[in-house]
Design a protein around this ligand. Structure first.
Ligand SMILES: Nc1ncnc2c1ncn2[C@@H]1O[C@H](COP(=O)(O)OP(=O)(O)OP(=O)(O)O)[C@@H](O)[C@H]1O
Length: 243
C-alpha cells in the first residue's frame, strides 16, 4: 500500500526563516502518528505543507498519492488548525462549522441533503456536542471548540486527518474523548497526524511518533521517541530535568 503522506526533501522558507529543512518522511495508512517538537520546530508548517497551504521551495509532497491542493479540493484530507488560526467571531453555529466538512461532497450548490444532516448529527453526538449544536462557535469553551473541529473532520469522512495541538487547553474529559475518537478513526481506516506537547499520553495516543526540529530527528515508536536521550535531542536538556 502506498504511504498516506509522503514528503521528499521538503524545504520551506518564510522569507529568511527556514521552517523546514530537507524533510523526508512517509506515513503509512491507518496509523496515528504524533508530531513532537518544541515551539517553532515547524509542526504547524508541516501541516500546512501537507495541506498545500504552504508551498515548499524544494522537494515533493504527495497525499494519498496526489498533489496536496488537489487532495484538499477532493476533501480527502481534513485539517484542524491551531486555536489562534481560527476566527472565533465568525457567525457560524457549531452545526454549521461541522457542516463545512461536508462541502466537498455537496458540489457547487452547497445544498445539504439528508445524508449530510445525518453525518453532521452523528459527528456531533460522537464528540458529545449535540446540546451545543446551535450555539455560535465562539461561545464554546476551548475543549468544546476543539471537539467541534474534530467533529467537522469526522463528518468530512476524510481519509487523512491533521490535528494541530487538539489537546492544548482542554480538560481531561475532552482529552479522553478526542483520544478515543482518534483511535477509533484510525481503527476504521483513517490516517491521523496529531501534534501534541503531552508526552506522557503518547503511548496511548499514537502508533508512531516523529521528533521534529526543522528536520526529522527521529521517526519511530512512541517508546523509542520517549527515550530521554532522544527527547533531549529535540527539547534540550530541560526536559530531562523536569522528568
Ligand atoms: N507566516 C509566517 N511568517 C514568517 N515566519 C513564520 C510564519 N509561520 C511560522 N513562522 C516561523 O517558522 C518557524 C516554524 O513555525 P511553526 O509555527 O511551524 O512551528 P510550531 O512547531 O508549530 O510551533 P508551536 O509549537 O509554537 O506551535 C518559526 O520560527 C516561526 O516563527
Amino acid at each position: 500500500m502506498p504511504p498516506a503522506i509522503s514528503l521528499k526533501d521538503v524545504t520551506v522558507q518564510y522569507g529568511a526563516i527556514r521552517a523546514l529543512e530537507q524533510v523526508t518522511l512517509d506515513i503509512n495508512p491507518h496509523r496515528v502518528c504524533a508530531l513532537i517538537g518544541m515551539n517553532g520546530s515547524g509542526k504547524s508548517t508541516l501541516f500546512k505543507t501537507i495541506m498545500g497551504l504552504v508551498h515548499p521551495v524544494t522537494g515533493t509532497v504527495l497525499v494519498n498519492s496526489h498533489n496536496p491542493a488537489a487532495e484538499r479540493k477532493r476533501a480527502g484530507i481534513s485539517y484542524v488548525p491551531q486555536h489562534e488560526d481560527i476566527d472565533w467571531a465568525f457567525p457560524l453555529s457549531v452545526r454549521e462549522v461541522v457542516m463545512t466538512g461536508r462541502y466537498g461532497k455537496m458540489g457547487l450548490t452547497r445544498r445539504a441533503r439528508t445524508a449530510d444532516h445525518q453525518a453532521v448529527n452523528e459527528a456531533l453526538e460522537k464528540v458529545e456536542l449535540t446540546q451545543y449544536a446551535d450555539r455560535q462557535i465562539g461561545q464554546l469553551s476551548g475543549g468544546q471548540k476543539k471537539r467541534a473541529f474534530v467533529a467537522r473532520g469526522i463528518a468530512q469522512e476524510a481519509k487523512i486527518l491533521l490535528l494541530d495541538e487538539p489537546f492544548a487547553g482542554v480538560d481531561k474529559r475532552s482529552e479522553a474523548t478526542i483520544t478515543r475518537l482518534i483511535r477509533e478513526l484510525a481503527y476504521k481506516g483513517a490516517t491521523v497526524v496529531v501534534s501534541t506537547h503531552d508526552l506522557q499520553a503518547l503511548p496511548e495516543l499514537a502508533d508512531e511518533a516523529i521528533l521534529l526540529m526543522r528536520r526529522v530527528l527521529m521517526h519511530s515508536s512512541p517508546e523509542n521517541v520517549l527515550q530521554p536521550e532522544n527527547l533531549a535531542m529535540a527539547f534540550g536538556l530541560d526536559v530531562l530535568a523536569k522528568g
